[in-house]
Design a protein around this ligand. Structure first.
Ligand code: CP3
Length: 412
């Protein structure tokens, strides 16, 4: 049987498919984007980074580089969303926390935050008030305010490049000609613009890195602090929620039309701990993000809440006030929609399939589309980020297959 008949079918042809799906409607074709679609799988990205010669976090604060890296996968694959080239660690830098990203390893801090005194020192730091947040393209040091301005400029550059809804500014010199715009609209399945997705790390995932100082399997340092010192935990998580919420709000004010909150490590938590000690702060982060209105849509940004290995947390994830829930390949996508209270779902093709023969991958894509039809809206994605060695042509082929299947029909 087909759930989404008549009314929900098609949606508004002129609104991007991503926004239609996040509103619980079924656009003509299922929207698709990939976590980590910008990055090492693209040769043009590797060229860009090598030319810049900047560290990952410095690269995020160079608006032209960041805007280009954001647009690259949209141009190449025809995905339905651009995701800002940045990192969940960027707002920590903008607040003056010494963090760097070690290639092949992940985020590293020299001084982990593990006790009440360290928490007290940390929470006195404010978003955008770092004395030194990074190094600009000219080699000159950027402070926190300049860093925030750089994130804004990057997002605005992407929006200018990927189109905004029809309005007078579109006929300004340098804007797309009507013919170019029509061509782009055609390639986007009718919608004249591609939305920019902003994002932030959920408080728990940020605190997991802060407490451990490096990537970890069980996040024991963070989980110990949670139980050992509830007051310090509350102060730290509240601070992280405001920080990441402000970072998302920056992106929305600069034109991001939707946001994703990444709780990459929430899956290690027992459900009761997640509910009582983590979910309220994720909800706070989303509230802070909703203080911003997107100039692109005139609305607050709908939010996708993503976590890995979080099958046991699905009902909790949607209660944080997210519009849609993103799941990894371990969750049953067909059941996820029901478990999150009939909200739209995002996911969940196993990234491992990207290296399998095409027939195997194609079957996986079709099964994912089929499972997504059980929810009121489906955004096709991987269960986690694009692996660095993925053949980019395979990703382009996946996008074409998703777009080639109508969102409300069963595949044979
Ligand atoms: O396309 C996109 O998704 C681009 C934006 C983006 C990046 N990081 C760019 C990036 C996003 C949304 C993130 C989120 C992020 N960063 C998360 C949450 C998502 C997840 O994967 O669970 C986390 C945990 C981080 C922290 C982080 N940053 C890690 C673990 C790494 C990998 C380190 C490595 O080399 O293995 C990074 C680096 C990073 N962030 C890269 C990119 C494109 C790779 C940098 C490069 O090699 O050029």
């Amino acid at each position: 049987s087909v759930r989404n008949s008549a009314g929900a079918r098609g949606g508004d042809e002129h609104r991007p498919a991503l926004l239609e799906a996040l509103a619980g409607r079924r656009p003509t074709r299922t929207p698709v984007w990939f976590m980590r679609q910008a990055g090492r799988s693209l040769p043009e990205y590797r060229v860009l980074r090598a030319q810049a010669g900047a560290s990952m976090l410095d690269a995020c604060l160079r608006p032209e580089l960041a805007a280009l890296a954001t647009v690259q996968p949209v141009r190449r694959h025809g995905v339905d969303a651009a995701v800002l080239f940045s990192d969940i660690m960027v707002p920590l830098r903008l607040a003056g926390v010494e963090v760097r990203i070690e290639p092949g390893v992940g985020p590293l801090l020299d001084t982990p935050v593990r006790d009440a005194a360290q928490v007290r020192r940390l929470v006195s730091r404010r978003y955008g008030e770092a004395e030194r947040a990074g190094t600009g393209a000219d080699g000159v040091a950027l402070d926190g305010a300049a860093g925030v301005a750089a994130v804004e400029a990057a997002a605005r550059g992407v929006v200018a490049e990927l189109g905004i809804p029809e309005r007078p500014a579109d006929s300004a010199p340098g804007a797309l000609s009507p013919r170019a715009r029509a061509g782009l609209a055609e390639s986007r399945g009718g919608a004249g613009w591609t939305p920019l997705l902003g994002f932030g790390g959920a408080p728990f995932t940020l605190v997991a890195y802060l407490a451990e100082g490096r990537p970890s399997r069980d996040h024991l340092a963070a989980r110990t602090l949670m139980h050992a010192d509830p007051d310090a935990w509350d102060r730290l998580m509240t601070w992280a929620a405001h920080l990441t919420g402000a970072f998302m709000a920056t992106q929305v004010r600069a034109g991001a039309a939707a946001v994703q909150l990444f709780d990459s490590w929430a899956g290690v938590l027992p459900a009761a701990d997640y509910r009582e000690k983590v979910a309220p702060y994720s909800a706070l982060a989303l509230d802070v993000a909703r203080e911003a209105v997107s100039p692109t849509t005139g609305r607050v940004a709908p939010a996708i809440h993503f976590a890995t290995r979080a099958g046991h947390l699905l009902p909790e994830l949607h209660r944080t006030g997210a519009d849609a829930v993103g799941v990894d390949q371990c969750a049953d996508l067909a059941q996820a929609g029901r478990q999150v209270g009939d909200r739209p779902v995002q996911g969940n093709l196993d990234p491992a399939l990207l290296g399998a023969p095409w027939q195997v991958l194609a079957r996986g894509v079709d099964a994912c589309l089929e499972a997504g039809r059980a929810a009121p809206g489906h955004v096709f994605n991987l269960g986690h980020g694009v692996p660095p060695h993925t053949d980019p042509d395979v990703l382009t082929r996946v996008v074409a297959r998703v777009h080639g299947s109508q969102s409300w029909e069963r595949t044979a």
